[in-house]
Design a protein around this ligand. Structure first.
Ligand SMILES: [Zn+2]
Length: 388
């Protein structure tokens, strides 16, 4: 009979640490916010395995196995409940992870294949310059209250009928669940090489211009923006600024273009950094959130933790800035999501990038809104005034 305390300790074991114990690696598991996704350390595949760090649980779509660290150890080693508990509490050695289900070579092959596929999608788009037939992106940005800039954004294209692939519950492969007009944005790496495509599906009859795409089985509304290929370490170049000017980085395309109009910025290089994690990189530690809580696998409510202000400088899979190119930098801070975690990430980003770019500052949107909200409000109040 195992003491209840020991069982509780095993139940509460970190699911991420357990996945690594089972042979998953930081290269095979890709982080998407609170979730990590990749091949299952027990039964392989490509992206069947999901970890939810906040809820401390895993899901393997192929086997249907799901639950806490004990379930994962049993899925991996086919052992008894008691044996799994003993492995997790250190009373029984964990069998060595005999083989990683996906080798680094295979992983690289998949990445290169995804990059080429993303390139094909990008190539299928047409330029957004209205004189060359572009009109969808201009109309979408207008719905968002953004006047299309007077320079040609080479990193944006548009397409009339882009398929939206989605993996339905229980399916091994993705199927097309939607087709429609979309904006394409080219993601480029530090060397300027194309690494992936960012897509936004439109519905120009809706107030925010974005398509509503729902999972056909669950009805859950899916994200109208998706990336294919690699986004880590990449950016979308919205403007090549003047030589010696500053750099401004924000999370979304609309954010950066809205900021540019509101601040009447005429010279900075403008980058969309795609997501906050990519802009800030990993932290060396975690800090407790003042109000957010999570429930662990035992149903206990605990304070949620977010990445600290200290950048982990060994993280190479985030945005890196060239030294000696920009004379200053603005991090565009949106206030619409959780301010505490956004602020921690922004402070971390500033510390990281201040090592290569001088005069790093954060420009915050007003409380509770983002720069696009601010721009739209300004237009509503003063429709006659052309902004910048
Ligand atoms: Zn599995």
């Amino acid at each position: 009979m195992i003491p209840a305390e020991t069982v509780a300790q095993a139940h509460a074991a970190s699911i991420v640490a357990t996945a690594y114990l089972c042979g998953a690696t930081a290269t095979t598991l890709k982080r998407k916010g609170n979730e990590l996704n990749g091949p299952c350390p027990a039964c392989g595949g490509r992206d069947r395995f999901w970890l939810n760090e906040a809820e401390n649980v895993f899901l393997c779509r192929a086997s249907g196995e799901a639950g806490d660290a004990i379930v994962l150890i049993r899925h991996k080693h086919g052992c008894s409940f008691a044996e799994a508990v003993e492995m997790l509490t250190g009373e029984r050695p964990v069998p060595a992870a005999t083989h990683a289900p996906v080798s680094k070579d295979e992983d690289n092959k998949f990445r290169e294949w995804a990059r080429r596929d993303a390139w094909d999608i990008w190539q299928s788009g047409r330029p957004i310059d209205p004189s060359r037939g572009g009109h969808l992106v201009v109309r979408y940005q207008a719905i968002r209250g953004i006047a299309m800039p007077n320079w040609h954004i080479r990193a944006l294209r548009e397409v009339d009928n882009l398929p939206y692939w989605h993996k339905r519950a229980g399916d091994q492969h993705s199927t097309i669940i939607h087709r429609g007009p979309a904006q394409l944005a080219a993601i480029t790496g530090p060397d300027g090489r194309f690494t992936g495509v960012h897509r936004t599906w439109f519905d120009l009859s809706r107030p925010n211009g974005k398509a509503v795409i729902a999972d056909p089985d669950t009805g859950e509304v899916l994200d109208a923006k998706k990336v294919w290929g690699t986004q880590r370490g990449g950016k979308i170049v919205l403007r090549e600024g003047e030589l010696g000017a500053g750099l401004a980085i924000g999370e979304g395309i609309e954010t950066v273009l809205s900021w540019r109009e509101l601040r009447d910025d005429r010279s900075s290089t403008l980058w969309c950094g795609i997501n906050l994690d990519n802009i800030s990189g990993k932290a060396t530690g975690q800090i407790p959130h003042p109000s957010l809580t999570i429930k662990d696998s035992l149903g206990r409510v605990r304070k949620a933790k977010v990445g600290s202000h200290e950048p982990d400088l060994t993280d190479a899979r985030c945005l890196t800035l060239p030294a000696g190119v920009f004379n200053g930098m603005t991090l565009i801070g949106d206030g619409d999501s959780d301010r505490f975690s956004t602020q921690a990430a922004m402070l971390r980003a500033r510390k990281r990038h201040a090592l290569t770019v001088p005069d790093c500052r954060i420009d915050w949107a007003d409380d509770g809104v983002d720069f696009n909200d601010m721009l739209r409000r300004l237009r509503e109040r003063r429709p006659e005034r052309a902004v910048a």
